[in-house]
Design a protein around this ligand. Structure first.
Ligand SMILES: [Zn+2]
Ligand SMILES: [Zn+2]
Length: 388
């Protein structure tokens, strides 16, 4: 009899079924992990709104224990902190890029979203909004079945970047690697190269963070860790605003819904003596893109993170006043490279001092997953954890 493991199969819009799938045979260049913890990302909340292209398993934030390992896995995978052996815990970089397309060649392999064609754990390629092709199908009817984190197992393919999780790091902290890496990349973008007059993030910076979701809270925290003088959070929902103070170390918190747009902009200008030096737009709301430009001082630095999932939504604004006159430095990102993940991993190692365990407001097993996915817009939700 074939051994099986449970998986939360995404069958349709708000339709998940926990089902037994065969535990896959491990090839000599891959490995299999038993999932210890998986994080619910905003992406999963976005995906479940729609039908999948085929039955698939969601989740790209996954940590597990190596239970079966191919003989060449240490060579075929990219292992930070390795070599690996069975029994080690690891966390994954979710993208496997092709390494050969112009994007990969001109940046470096592993750097997601510049690649023409790739594979992402837990996200069917056609749902990424990119133009390339999937290199590995996430269809659960194909070997190795377990290709997303909401399951008892996840198969790890060759070329995957993985980090060996030290004993001092709980699995639920390790699953914060992906959102922390997004925040890390946003903060990296604010730094300034030599010879540029427009100051990026410095010890004198007053930073405005728009959006109190997981990336906003972690971006506020990183701004403080990286030396910002003051951080102002413009967000919503009481729990998130409290956590922006507690985890994000925000010095000032402005409730988005309590004030008019003009009032919010004026408040930030007052608190920053004329405008924020750095604006991190982490909200999934196209209108706040302009609010952020209004709140920023001349020659400020602006990073747009939150609208990466809003393809097709548009805004109009006055580029002469808000961009040219301001000498605005506007930078965009979607996701990022293994180097940013590695720096984020270093921050996760400081989880106790930074109180990162408080990020999880909801926790469930596979059976309760759908219920938590439906709660993602609740006032008390910040991040969900799945322990299969
Ligand atoms: Zn994520
Ligand atoms: Zn490529």
């Amino acid at each position: 009899m074939t051994e099986t493991g449970k998986a939360a199969v995404w069958k349709g819009r708000y339709d998940i079924e926990v089902r037994d799938l065969p535990v896959p045979e491990v090839k000599d260049d891959g490995l299999l992990i038993k999932v210890n913890a998986a994080g619910i990302c905003g992406t999963d909340g976005h995906l479940i709104h729609d039908d999948p292209p085929y039955e698939a398993i969601m989740c790209h934030e996954v940590t597990g224990t190596v239970v079966s390992m191919g003989s060449r896995a240490n060579e075929s995978l990219n292992v930070f902190g390795g070599p690996l052996k069975e029994g080690d815990r690891i966390v994954l970089y979710p993208w496997i890029t092709c390494g050969k397309c112009p994007g990969c060649l001109s940046t470096r392999p592993g750097t997601c979203t510049v690649c023409d064609s790739s594979f992402v754990y837990g996200v069917p390629y056609s749902r990424l909004g990119l133009e390339g092709e999937e290199t590995i199908s996430s269809d659960i009817s194909n070997w190795p079945y377990f290709m997303g984190g909401f399951a008892e197992y996840t198969y790890v393919f060759p070329e995957t970047y993985v980090w060996k999780v030290p004993d001092s790091m709980p699995s639920e902290i390790a699953v914060l690697l992906d959102p922390m890496a997004v925040a890390m990349r946003a903060l990296e973008l604010t730094l300034t190269g030599p010879g540029i007059a427009e100051a990026g993030l410095t010890t004198d910076s007053r930073v405005a963070v728009i959006g109190s979701g997981q990336v906003g809270v972690l971006s506020a925290l990183l701004a403080k860790v990286m030396g910002a003088r003051e951080v102002i959070m413009i967000g919503s929902r009481e729990t998130r605003l409290n956590l922006s103070r507690e985890i994000g170390q925000a010095d000032h918190v402005i409730d988005y819904h309590q004030y008019s747009r003009e009032e919010r902009i004026e408040m930030v200008k007052d608190l920053t003596h004329g405008g924020a030096d750095v604006v991190l737009q982490c909200s999934n709301n196209v209108d706040t893109f302009i609010d952020g430009l209004e709140m920023m001082r001349r020659m400020g630095t602006y990073v747009e993170v939150g609208n990466m999932v809003n393809q097709g939504k548009e805004v109009s604004f006055d580029p002469a006043r808000l961009v040219c006159s301001k000498h605005a430095r506007i930078l965009g990102m979607s996701a990022n490279h293994p180097g940013a993940f590695n720096k984020a991993f270093g921050i996760l190692e400081r989880h106790e001092e930074l109180g990162l365990k408080k990020m999880f407001t909801h926790s469930t097993d596979l059976n309760g997953l759908l219920a938590v996915l439906k709660k993602m817009n609740d006032h008390d939700y910040l991040k969900g954890l799945v322990i299969p």
